[in-house]
Ligand binder design. Structure first.
Ligand code: GTP
Length: 338
């Protein structure tokens, strides 16, 4: 429990702080005739009470409205019968928006001495982490303004950088690194979107699923680097032939590719598949281990009329089943879903 004396110190300190915060001229009466003090973060010791009062008046004129002092910590040292010291740590909230000073910790040291039965302040040292002396300001408002602008700019720059980085990350997470096509993640997402759209608009939606024939043997015979180059060439070819406005070409995984064809019926999807197949054949990429001597592909096609009530995955299952049938039918074939 606090002693009466401690309570007295505390209330003196509270009074002082309240007068300072409310910009109350009665504050001046607190200072001893033998006062000395440091203003702001200035290292010039003021030893003249009247000079000190002028500084406080300047402070009050600069910020006439009430401040809010948010006390973080306060210590009272009872040094002698007639002397005590207060050390207070606080944030100063100016009566206008300020991102800096309100977050910096100020430290105030006050030495009270009893003179003729009245407690007077004989020393004050407030430390705000700014050099105030140059601009002759008690609060570095100009610098605060400049720093606020710089900080805001910095925040804007960082936000922009972050948005860019997120965009890049989004692109990366949707891209197949070998072929630069969209990956399975992007395809799955687009399939749902396009399925919903075609459902709303009552448009057909088609899907071409394509798999390289005897690709294992290709890798085994020519090596994996040649296999990579082949995947790359086919990806490029699919982009050229298979993509019109709104269509998506993606690498579904391994040696499988998908082409999503919004607003496209079965017949048009089949024609596109034929064009793709022919273009790949015309590339004539040598494949000694294939019965036809060049790289060929097997293709499965599925189309949904939006009068049918199936989930998006159904389209993929149907195309996969068709692809399987084109494989067992001898490869280098196009099969449509039943
Ligand atoms: N070079 C290379 N090969 C890959 C890559 N991803 C998957 N593969 C290979 O693709 C081959 C696919 O083989 P399978 O699924 O057996 O198919 P396939 O040999 O084409 O046989 P069919 O499809 O039945 O004609 C495997 O040997 C995988 O190692 C890749 O990124 N680069």
């Amino acid at each position: 429990m606090q002693s009466e004396r401690q309570q007295l110190f505390r209330s003196l300190c509270d009074e002082y702080i309240e007068m300072y915060a409310s910009r109350d001229n009665r504050l001046f009466s607190y200072f001893s005739d033998n006062f000395s003090g440091y203003a702001g973060s200035s290292d010039v010791l003021i030893t003249d009470k009247n000079e000190w009062i002028k500084i406080i008046k300047k402070d009050f004129a600069q910020v006439p409205d009430r401040l809010h002092l948010d006390m973080l910590d306060l210590s009272l040292q009872d040094l002698d019968e007639d002397v005590f010291v207060v050390t207070a740590f606080f944030h100063i909230h100016l009566p206008f928006a300020d991102d800096i000073l309100s977050k910096e910790t100020a430290r105030l040291v006050l030495i009270f001495r009893r003179e003729n039965n009245l407690w007077k302040i004989v020393h004050s040292g407030i430390s705000i982490p700014y050099d105030l002396a140059n601009s002759n300001e008690v609060y570095p408002l100009k610098r605060l303004e400049e720093r606020n602008i710089k900080l805001k700019q910095l925040v804007e720059d960082r936000t922009h950088e972050l948005a860019e980085a997120n965009k890049q990350l989004e692109i990366l997470s949707n891209t197949d690194t070998l072929t630069n096509l969209g990956n399975r993640r992007l395809f799955n997402c687009m399939l749902t979107n396009e399925w919903n759209r075609s459902h709303r608009n009552k448009n057909p939606l088609s899907l071409i699923l394509l798999d390289i024939d005897y690709f294992k043997q290709f890798n085994d015979h020519y090596g994996h680097l040649a296999g990579d180059a082949c995947l790359h060439t086919l990806a490029h070819c699919l982009l050229q032939v298979g993509r019109r406005q709104g269509e998506l070409v993606a690498r579904y995984g391994g040696d499988e590719f998908v082409i999503l064809l919004p607003n496209t019926d079965k017949t048009t999807a089949f024609e596109t598949a034929q064009k793709i197949q022919q273009t790949i054949i015309s590339l004539a990429i040598p494949h000694e281990k294939s019965p036809v001597g060049i790289v060929t592909t097997s293709i499965g096609i599925a189309s949904l009329l939006q009068t049918e009530d199936h989930p998006p995955e159904y389209l993929l299952q149907q195309a996969d089943a068709a692809l399987y049938r084109s494989k067992i039918a001898g490869r280098n074939q196009i099969a449509e879903a039943n």
